[in-house]
Design a protein around this ligand. Structure first.
Ligand code: CO8
Length: 260
């Protein structure tokens, strides 16, 4: 599918997805959200894609938030539909069978930080700026931010960030556990691609099942999570990837996974 606001580049099992509307700091309007929904749906089905790296075009922003100009014209019902549309994208990323790495190259504010938080982990450049300015606009995060941030860093730090609307730098984001690693702006994408390549070389089913166990387990009790993990572990023994992975170890050779 052709996208007006996204760039999609697939190479060696890795898909680089770039939100490309730098004139508005890659703000998420209805059209961009619709395209993201289609893109993630297609990427999930595309068996040649093992890992997705998500970033923003331009020097300044990953995504500076949901589109304030569009939202300022919405009535209550349209705002509900807009929030649901954004949440569909976030949940799609969360539930898809392959990892999505956010490469945050600048501002990740409001809906932009929510988008990064929906990914499986976040790398950022030293220039990244993170925050939830929503309360300063008279609203709250609406694309899952209250839920994902508090689950990631705990309610107290999430409270401070969301209630104050404060914008923090990359060093603080790293210290608070929002970011996995911080790189120079020049290094960021190469480092994200390097990690994506490392993951793409592993058994795709193992990676997909591990993601599912972690995501599903977060909404279960610890006992149920353990039980779920064991059942998924057992299911993998019906796959060629398990035979190939363990066989390669026994034969002292590199494994060649087929994702079957
Ligand atoms: N929406 C729309 N346009 C934006 C946005 C945005 N979020 N952010 C930037 N832009 C536009 C600016 O309006 C400007 O356009 P123009 O040149 O036509 O005036 C252009 O991008 C460049 O921006 P600036 O000139 O402001 O650039 P600066 O470098 O001076 O400032 C900032 C950069 C700090 C990022 C500044 O643009 C800013 O504060 N932006 C808004 C940040 C923000 O508040 N984000 C949160 C929005 S609310 C949200 O995301 C809610 C999510 C949940 C929705 C739930 C559904 C109902």
């Amino acid at each position: 599918m052709e996208y007006k606001n996204l760039l999609l580049e697939n190479r060696d099992g890795i898909s680089l997805l770039t939100i490309n509307s730098p004139r508005t700091m890659n703000a998420l309007n209805s059209e961009v959200l619709g395209e993201l929904e289609c893109a993630f749906y297609e990427l999930n089905l595309d068996e040649s894609v093992k890992v997705v790296v998500l970033t923003g075009a331009g020097e300044k922003a990953f995504v500076a938030g949901a589109d304030i100009k569009e939202m300022s014209q919405m009535n209550s019902f349209q705002a509900l539909q807009f929030a649901q549309k954004g949440q569909r994208v976030m949940l799609l990323i969360n539930r898809m069978r392959k990892p999505v790495i956010a490469a945050v190259n600048g501002y990740a504010l409001g809906g932009g930080l929510e988008l990064a938080l929906a990914c499986d982990f976040i790398y950022a450049s030293e220039k990244a700026k993170l925050g939830f300015p929503e309360v300063g606009l008279g609203v709250i995060p609406g694309f899952g931010g209250t839920q994902n941030l508090s689950r990631l860093i705990g309610a107290n730090k999430a409270n401070e960030l969301i209630f104050s609307g404060r914008i923090i730098n990359a060093a603080k984001g790293l210290a608070w556990g929002i970011l996995n690693e911080v790189f120079t702006p020049e290094e960021l994408l190469a480092k994200a691609m390097e990690t994506a390549k490392e993951i793409a070389g592993k058994g795709a089913l193992g990676v997909a099942f591990a993601k599912d166990a972690i995501v599903s387990g977060l909404s279960m009790s610890k006992n149920d999570g353990f039980r779920y993990e064991a059942s998924q572990f057992g299911v993998l023994f019906a796959t060629e990837d398990q035979r190939e992975g363990m066989g390669a170890f026994m034969e002292k050779r590199a494994a060649s996974f087929q994702g079957k």
